[in-house]
Write a protein that binds this ligand. Structure first.
Ligand code: MG
Length: 224
């Protein structure tokens, strides 16, 4: 793993890295289906639709709000829904999703370790700032001095270089002294390295299919 000789800052991804997004999303979609009288066990389909539309958002093909609307229309098979109707339906899913946020057990110790080592700590996420801030606070992960870098507000999502550069700017550090940590190869490793940062790939389950070293837990990373 090629880490900077002197690390000044670390950028953590949020969903799938610090907070168990899949657990909350699965609870959300199960409750949503049951409230609408739809068949259960639709997690795989929901997850595939989420990936499809979120990637379109990351590619700049649809707005952040737009991907929510389209996910709702496609999942429910109701293309005729107005934007307002889709968002209103989606709100039920979001309520249950929010109620089921939980931090991965290694998240808090890793953040505390980074702060205690004197590093600047940023959260670089493609989610929207208000929701991601609430997620950090609701799971007890938010600490004084951390910087929320939500790309919806920065203007460019990961893996576009502007996302990382915007975060570096907010933290007041250079790419060469910063490490990005996250579970997405494209967004947290490849994109970060292209922007000049070091990066650590977190693969919580299974074996990495990507080249280079990875960690299976944040506990494996010790900040100095
Ligand atoms: Mg992630």
């Amino acid at each position: 793993m090629h880490l900077p000789a002197r690390t000044a800052a670390v950028l953590y991804d949020l969903d799938g890295t610090l907070v168990d997004h899949d657990h909350a999303a699965r609870a959300g979609v199960d409750a949503w289906c049951s409230s609408l009288g739809l068949p259960g066990n639709q997690w795989d389909r929901w997850s595939a639709i989420e990936r499809l539309w979120f990637t379109r958002f990351e590619n700049g093909e649809v707005s952040h709000l737009g991907q929510r609307i389209e996910r709702c229309r496609e999942f429910l098979g109701r293309p005729e829904l107005s934007d307002g109707e889709a968002l209103e339906l989606y709100e039920y899913y979001l309520r249950v999703y929010r109620a089921n946020w939980r931090a991965f057990p290694d998240a808090r110790p890793s953040l505390d370790n980074a702060l205690a080592a004197g590093l600047k700590v940023g959260i670089l996420t493609n989610g929207a700032a208000a929701m991601q801030q609430a997620k950090m606070e609701g799971t007890g992960l938010w600490r004084e001095g951390m910087v929320m870098c939500a790309t919806v507000e920065l203007g460019s999502p990961k893996p576009r270089p502007e996302a990382y550069l915007g975060a570096l700017d907010r933290l007041g550090v250079r790419a060469a002294e910063t490490v990005m940590v996250g579970d997405s190869w494209a967004n947290d490793v490849e994109g970060a390295r292209r922007a000049g940062l070091a990066a650590i790939h977190l693969v919580r389950e299974g074996v990495s299919r990507e080249p280079g070293p990875s960690v299976s837990s944040l506990d494996e990373i010790v900040w100095h």
